[in-house]
Design a protein around this ligand. Sequence first.
Ligand SMILES: *Cc1c(COP(=O)(O)O)cnc(C)c1O
Length: 380
Amino acid sequence: MKQDPSTKLIHTPEAKKRRTVNPAVERASTVLFDTADDLYGPLPTYGRRGLDVHRELENALCGLEQAHSAYLTPSGLTACAAAIASVTEAGGRLLYCDTIYGPTRRFCEHRLPKMGVDTQHFAPTIGAEIETLLTPETQAIMLETPGSLTFEIPDLPAISKIARERGITVVVDNTWSAGLFHKPLEYGADISVQALTKYVVGHADAFGGAIMCASKPVAAQVNRCLGDWGLGLSPDDAYTALRGLRTLPNRLKQHESSALALAKWLEEQPWVSSVLHPALPSDRFHEIWRRDFTGSSGLFGVILKDLDQTSVDKAISRLTLFRLGFSWGGFESLLIPCDQQLRRPDGDWTKDKNGPLIRIHVGLEAVEDLIADLDQAFGA
Ligand SMILES: *Cc1c(COP(=O)(O)O)cnc(C)c1O
């Protein structure tokens, strides 16, 4: 029977087998056995790669993203870095989209060359033109969809079709959709990565990362890399992420509808130049979003009109509900000015950017209250 994700994330196969609603958290490094044979048997023999809570979380994430297998890491950044490191090696080359998460980009620019991997970035609008950048050394392509500062959606089917023909692995950072509104593995990606820290945990109180693999060979590469580096997720954080998954679809629906209402209101304000939200019909990536996504989350960008940074900073300091902070995906609304983070030589959006950029995460507060807060701070 085909079930909605909200049902499947609550009624996991593991949950049916136990007496309590939630799994026990095994805080364990050492696992004990009765016989010498068992020590070298097929059961988990050590806590580093996790026990029951981890398996339930991995299985739920596999179901969510239609993956062959899922692996957990201590954070979203380690998930991105380990996914890339799993599918590249010395002498090879990685292409990465100009709009990927800043610290992942730093990993590509600084760490990969030290590991003997050559890197080059490309514009998010590249599409099938990616072919012109491919060399015999190219091993992998890293994307984020949409870019989480400027919200470009790369044409994943076009890119992955060409990559597949050449045996190149495609990795997608899918944190924005939380795996619910976009399924990169169904659009040709080999690996989908999420910072569980954002929507899955959903309460800004834990870190976690996940690497979802489309096939057994890719899973074997990721498994090996995580094993070599000793990366895993703590049982408490795995529990917190699993708990977050139970309410993810419901929370995300609310983030989606509030963010859309706020984005539409913002489009009408005289102090706004444009709103970067792919679910708005006016957005330059709306068509791709409609084709590849089934919904939108609470994070989007706003380009302000004719304001110098001092006036922006002043307006921001008048906000009372929107708090200033990096990260997103929690129940609380957040806002940041972004211009200091923009270093996107290829991002073609820069040519029509005529004012400062802010990024908004719409939390679970009532949207009328959030609108009133922005109105008093920026309208003034
Ligand atoms: C936050 C974030 C990450 C990193 O996650 P952490 O858990 O903070 O390391 C990776 N990708 C995207 C898109 C993010 O927003």
